[in-house]
Design a binder for this molecule. Structure first.
Ligand code: SAM
Length: 550
C-alpha cells in the first residue's frame, strides 16, 4: 500500500541528519519528545536550523528554470531515440524539452514539431495535429515548415484511424448508497474499539467481487517516472501534454487542468526548492497543508458528525493516530521537513499576505507536521502492475483517501482495492459473513512473506501486532501450501497480462472463478484458492485500466 523506502526518501533523511548534527539537536532529543503540540516541535527545530549554512543551501537550491539551451539538449537526446525507432522514449524526451523551453520561443516550437512526428508514428493523429498547430502558432523556422505542413496533411487524411488514449476506465457506481458513509455501499459500517481503532464491518453477508466503496482521492500527485505521460492535475494518460508556464516540473493534459492547477496550489509548488520536489509525497504534504489552511478560513455549514465524508479535511487529519508513538528519527525528520516547508511558504509573498496572523502561523506549523506524517504513512501508491514491456508498468502517483484508509490490514485480506485513475474501488475478494471485519493488505500477504517478517514490518511501520488467521495459526507460505481441491487450469491461462482486453472472456473467467471459489473455500489455506482469487483480482484490474501500447 505504501511504497515507503525509496532511494529518494533516504536522500531526504540523509539531509535531515546533516542538519541534525550541525545544529547539535541530539542534545534536545528528550525535550523534543516531551513536547505535546506538533507546532512546538517545529518551533524547536526551526529555531535551531534556519541560520545554518546547510539550511540556506537547501532553500537556495531552486527548481530548474526554463532554458532554451537545456530544451535543445534534451530534444537532441529525443532525436537519438527517434532515429532508433524508440518512439515512446523519444516522446518523453520531447515532452521534457517542451517543459524546459522558454515561453513562446522557437525551441518550444521545435520540440512540439518533433513530438508530432512521434505521435504520427504512434497513429495518434489528433494529438499529432494539435502539436503541429502549437508549433505553427509559435516561432517555427520557415525553412522547416514544408515538412511539418506535409505531416499535417498526412495526419488529416489518416485521422479516421485515430487510436484512443484512455488509460483508466470509469469506476462502477454505488448501487445502494450508505446513509452514513458518502462513498460506500450500505453493506458496511464503521465501528470503533480499542484494539482495532476505527475499522470496517460487514452489515450483511457479502459475495466475492461485490463493490464495497468507490472513493475519489482527497489529494494526489504524479510520480517523477510518470510525469511526462500523465497529467499533473488529473493523472490521466496523455501523450501530448502542455507545460506549466513557470516551472519545468508540471505538465497538463488540457488548458482546463493547467488553469485549475494554477488557481489551486501549483502557484506555490512551482517555486519550491529542489529538496521539496525529490519525493512526490513531499509535494503532497505541502498541498495538503495548503488545503488545510484554506479550510481553516472557510465558514462551514454545520454537518452531522456521524456522517463520514470523503471530501472532508477533518477526516484526513483524523487518520494520523500515532503522532506520539513515532520514534525519534521520524519525529526529528518530520519536524525538520516541516521547518523547511514552513520557511519556504513564509517566504512566498502571496501566501504570507493571505495567512498573516499568529493563529495562522501556529496552525501552519501544526499542519505541516501532521500532514507530513499522514502522507508518509497513509498515502496510497498508484502503480501499474502490468507487463514491463508496456508503458503501464511505471509507478504513477500517490493519493490520499479519507475512507479507504480506514480498512485495517490482514495478511489474509478479504478485500482488495483497484485504482481507476485517482479514484479507488474496493471490492470483496472473498465471501464475507455479516459481522466480519473487512480488511485489505498493507503490502504483506501470508503466501508471500514469512510470519516473522510480516509481524516485524507491521510493528515497525504501523505499530500493531497482526492477529489475522494466518498469523495466529502460523499458516505456511506459498509453495508449502497444499493444492486443495483441483481446478481446471485451461481458462486461467487466458488471463496472462499480455492478453488484449477482451471483456467477454474476462466476464466468462470471472463467473467461472467465482463459482469455483465457493467450492474451494473450505480448503483454505490452499494454493488453488489463491489462484482463483488472483484471477478474480486480475479481471478487476483489467476493468480499472487498459494496457496502452505506444
Ligand atoms: C490506515 S490506519 C487504519 C484505520 C485505523 N484503524 C484508524 O482508527 O484510523 C492504520 C492503523 O490502523 C491500525 N491497524 C491496522 N490494521 C490493524 C490490525 N489488523 N490490528 C490492529 N490494528 C490495526 C494500526 O494502528 C495502524 O497504524
Amino acid at each position: 500500500m505504501w511504497g515507503m523506502f525509496k532511494e529518494r526518501h533516504l536522500k531526504i533523511v540523509a539531509k535531515c541528519c546533516i542538519l541534525y548534527q550541525e545544529a547539535e539537536l541530539y542534545f534536545k532529543e528528550d525535550e523534543l519528545k516531551k513536547l505535546a503540540d506538533p507546532s512546538d516541535c517545529v518551533n524547536l527545530v526551526y529555531n535551531h536550523i534556519y541560520k545554518l549554512t546547510t539550511f540556506k543551501d537547501i532553500i537556495a537550491d531552486t527548481q530548474d528554470r526554463k532554458s532554451n539551451i537545456t530544451s535543445d539538449i534534451i530534444r537532441i537526446e529525443g532525436n537519438d531515440y527517434f532515429l532508433r525507432d524508440n518512439y515512446l522514449n523519444a516522446l518523453e524526451k520531447y515532452t521534457k524539452s517542451i517543459a524546459s523551453a522558454e515561453n513562446g520561443s522557437s525551441y518550444l516550437a521545435l520540440a512540439y514539431a518533433n513530438r508530432s512526428a512521434c505521435l504520427f508514428k504512434g497513429k495518434y493523429y489528433k494529438e499529432c495535429l494539435q502539436d503541429i498547430n502549437r508549433a505553427l502558432s509559435l516561432d517555427y523556422p520557415e525553412k522547416l515548415k514544408p515538412k511539418l505542413l506535409k505531416r499535417k496533411m498526412d495526419a488529416e487524411s489518416q485521422k479516421h484511424m485515430q487510436k484512443q488514449v484512455r488509460f483508466y476506465r470509469k469506476p462502477p457506481v454505488i448501487r445502494s448508497k450508505n446513509p452514513l458513509i458518502s462513498c460506500a455501499e450500505d453493506s458496511i459500517e464503521i465501528q470503533y474499539n480499542k484494539k482495532y481503532g476505527r475499522h470496517i464491518i460487514a452489515t450483511r453477508d457479502i459475495n466475492i467481487g461485490e463493490v464495497l466503496s468507490v472513493e475519489n482521492s482527497f489529494c494526489h500527485v504524479v510520480c517523477p517516472e510518470s510525469k511526462y505521460i500523465h497529467c499533473h492535475e488529473c493523472l490521466e494518460l496523455c501523450f501530448n501534454m502542455i507545460p506549466c508556464q513557470n516551472c519545468t516540473g508540471a505538465l497538463y493534459c488540457s488548458e482546463d487542468c493547467r488553469s485549475n492547477a494554477f488557481k489551486g496550489y501549483h502557484k506555490y509548488e512551482c517555486q519550491f526548492p529542489k529538496f521539496l520536489c525529490i519525493d512526490p509525497r513531499m509535494m503532497m504534504f505541502i498541498k495538503l497543508t495548503l488545503i488545510g489552511m484554506d479550510d481553516s478560513k472557510k465558514t462551514k455549514a454545520e454537518l452531522p458528525d456521524d456522517i463520514h465524508r470523503s471530501d472532508s479535511f477533518k477526516e484526513i487529519i483524523k487518520l494520523q493516530t500515532h503522532d506520539k508513538e513515532c520514534g525519534s528519527m521520524t519525529l526529528y525528520t518530520t519536524a525538520t521537513i516541516a521547518s523547511i516547508a514552513y520557511h519556504v511558504l513564509k517566504e512566498n509573498q502571496e501566501f504570507a499576505s493571505k495567512y498573516n496572523t499568529d493563529e495562522d502561523d501556529l496552525n501552519l506549523k501544526k499542519l505541516l507536521f501532521k500532514t507530513f506524517l499522514i502522507t508518509t504513512f497513509i498515502s496510497f501508491l498508484i502503480s501499474k502492475m502490468f507487463n514491463i514491456n508496456i508503458i503501464n508498468s511505471k509507478e504513477l502517483g500517490h493519493a490520499l483517501y479519507a475512507f479507504t484508509s480506514l480498512y485495517n490490514h490482514s495478511c489474509v485480506a478479504n478485500a482488495q482495492y483497484f485504482h481507476h485513475g485517482s479514484s479507488i474501488v474496493t471490492r470483496a475478494i472473498a465471501s464475507i459473513k455479516k459481522g466480519e471485519q473487512i480488511t485489505i493488505s498493507y503490502g504483506l500477504t501470508f503466501d508471500n512473506q514469512s510470519r516473522a517478517y510480516r509481524q516485524k514490518i507491521l510493528k515497525e511501520l504501523y505499530l500493531f501486532e497482526c492477529d489475522c488467521k494466518a498469523c495466529t495459526n502460523n499458516w505456511p507460505t506459498g509453495d508449502n501450501l497444499p493444492f486443495g481441491k483441483e481446478i481446471p487450469l485451461s481458462f486461467i491461462l487466458n488471463l496472462e497480462p499480455s492478453q488484449e482486453y477482451n471483456e467477454e472472456l474476462d466476464q466468462f473467467i470471472l463467473n467461472k472463478c467465482k463459482r469455483l471459489y465457493y467450492q474451494l473455500k473450505n480448503y483454505e489455506p490452499c494454493q488453488n484458492l489463491l489462484i482463483l482469487q488472483y484471477n478474480i483480482a486480475q479481471v478487476y484490474r483489467h476493468e480499472a485500466c487498459s494496457e496502452v501500447k505506444f
